[in-house]
Design a protein around this ligand. Structure first.
Ligand SMILES: Nc1ncnc2c1ncn2[C@@H]1O[C@H](COP(=O)(O)OP(=O)(O)OP(=O)(O)O)[C@@H](O)[C@H]1O
Length: 389
């Protein structure tokens, strides 16, 4: 390892190069019952000065991230996600406002205190940032080695971490021989080496296929549950937020578009940016139906050869779930599920269903069926008519 490499690792992990065996012993307290790890942004602004002029990357960000939560930050490219994430470990300093970690204004920290703060904040990256000339074991051991822990202190800790991320059999393997998912597991183990209370994830699954993404997100959720670590992740994929986060912040052009519990934001997105990010997850009208859909019902006897298509939406509010017996009773007609899906997000049913009912049946008024005790969905909309398939 070169001096510059070790210095880079030291910066990333907030470690001094010599003499902190205390971090190794603290690190062995993997299963601490409770850890801190709250973050508060107070009117954060960040302006970069480029040759093309000032870039207002963040403006008026006021936000609290509770200790022990999994908090997702999403936004389109250039929305300011990385800039915001990097203010938490002071890799970026805000131009205005304050970041409080566990109630401490981190702009006031001395160099030494900043080193201590960075020990409490681990970070993982889209491209893993592993040292290719070092084995899995050596990569995970590095932050502890840089901190001055002895081999006798390091070994049990690294073995514990290898076990945590499921890579016991890879300790002597070099990163080039690992899959993307395995590399990210090494990145996670390395980030946890010093026993942090906050884990920052910078597009940690963006380079992975869907199945591997799922396994890494499950691992992060498991780590959050077992160790109580606050996990703050940035992503541009709503599917990642849906799978793992408790709360979400949607950033748009450096400002808060909206924020709240994931099930609520998914159920009733208020901002155009959120709706655009959610669009790939939504079940649109399938092409075969779209081709034959007509807006008006056919006349008279011809109606019997058509079905009316209704869209039923569920936002997750009030515990309302799709119940086909109630739906059929309320519509006073046989109901056929045509298309759609319902996710369970934090225990709330969320999604859209397209159902078909015979066009010859007279339907009741739809708006009352989306309100109060009689509700069969949060929104009901008539999409049109299609020939009976
Ligand atoms: N060092 C810098 N100098 C000048 N402008 C910068 C710098 N870093 C970021 N920016 C600009 O600040 C804005 C926010 O960038 P940031 O990387 O935080 O967004 P992001 O949401 O993480 O984007 P992406 O998803 O593409 O990574 C962008 O307009 C970007 O070009």
């Amino acid at each position: 390892m070169t001096t510059s490499q070790s210095t880079a690792i030291a910066l990333e992990h907030g470690l001094e190069r010599h003499g902190d065996t205390a971090s190794a012993s603290r690190a062995s307290a993997l299963d601490a019952a409770t850890v801190a790890g709250s973050v508060v942004f107070e009117r954060i602004g960040k302006t970069y000065h480029s040759s093309a002029g000032p870039v207002h990357a963040l403006q008026d960000i006021d936000l609290s991230i509770p200790s022990g939560s999994i908090f997702g930050i999403i936004g389109r490219s250039g929305a300011g996600k990385s800039s915001l994430l990097r203010t938490i470990n002071r890799l970026e300093s805000p131009t205005s406002g304050r970041v409080l970690v566990d109630g401490i204004d981190i702009s006031q920290l001395s160099e030494r205190e900043l080193v201590q703060l960075r020990r409490r904040i681990g970070m993982i990256f889209q491209h893993f940032n592993l040292l290719s000339a070092k084995t899995v074991y050596e990569n995970i051991a590095l932050p502890l080695l840089v901190a001055g822990a002895t081999p006798a202190e390091i070994e049990p800790r690294v073995l514990e971490l290898l076990n945590l991320v499921g890579l016991q059999d890879k300790r002597n393997t070099y990163p080039t021989r690992l899959s993307g998912g395995q590399k990210q597991r090494v990145g996670i183990a390395r980030a946890l080496a010093t026993g942090p209370e906050i884990l920052l994830c910078d597009e940690a699954t963006s380079a992975l296929d869907p199945e591997t993404t799922h396994s890494i997100l499950q691992l992060l959720r498991d780590i959050n549950g077992r160790l109580g670590i606050t996990i703050i992740l940035i992503t541009h994929e709503m599917s990642v937020i849906r799978e793992i986060a408790d709360q979400v912040l949607v950033l748009e052009q450096g400002r808060i578009a909206e924020t709240g519990p994931v099930w609520k934001i998914f159920g009733e997105p208020r901002h155009e940016a959120t709706r655009a990010l959610l669009a790939p997850l939504q079940h649109d009208l399938p092409d075969d139906l779209r081709r034959v859909l007509r807006q008006t019902p056919p006349e008279g006897a011809a109606q019997s050869g058509f079905e009316r298509i209704l869209q039923l939406s569920y936002t997750g509010a009030g515990g309302l779930e799709p119940d086909f017996i109630r739906i059929s009773q309320a519509l006073a007609a046989p109901v056929r599920l045509v298309h759609g899906g319902v996710d369970r997000i934090q225990g709330h049913a969320n999604g859209r269903l397209l159902v078909a009912v015979p066009a010859s049946h007279a339907l009741p008024e739809l708006p009352p069926l989306a309100h109060g005790a009689a509700a069969i969905a949060h929104h009901i909309e008539e999409i049109g008519y299609v020939p009976v398939l």
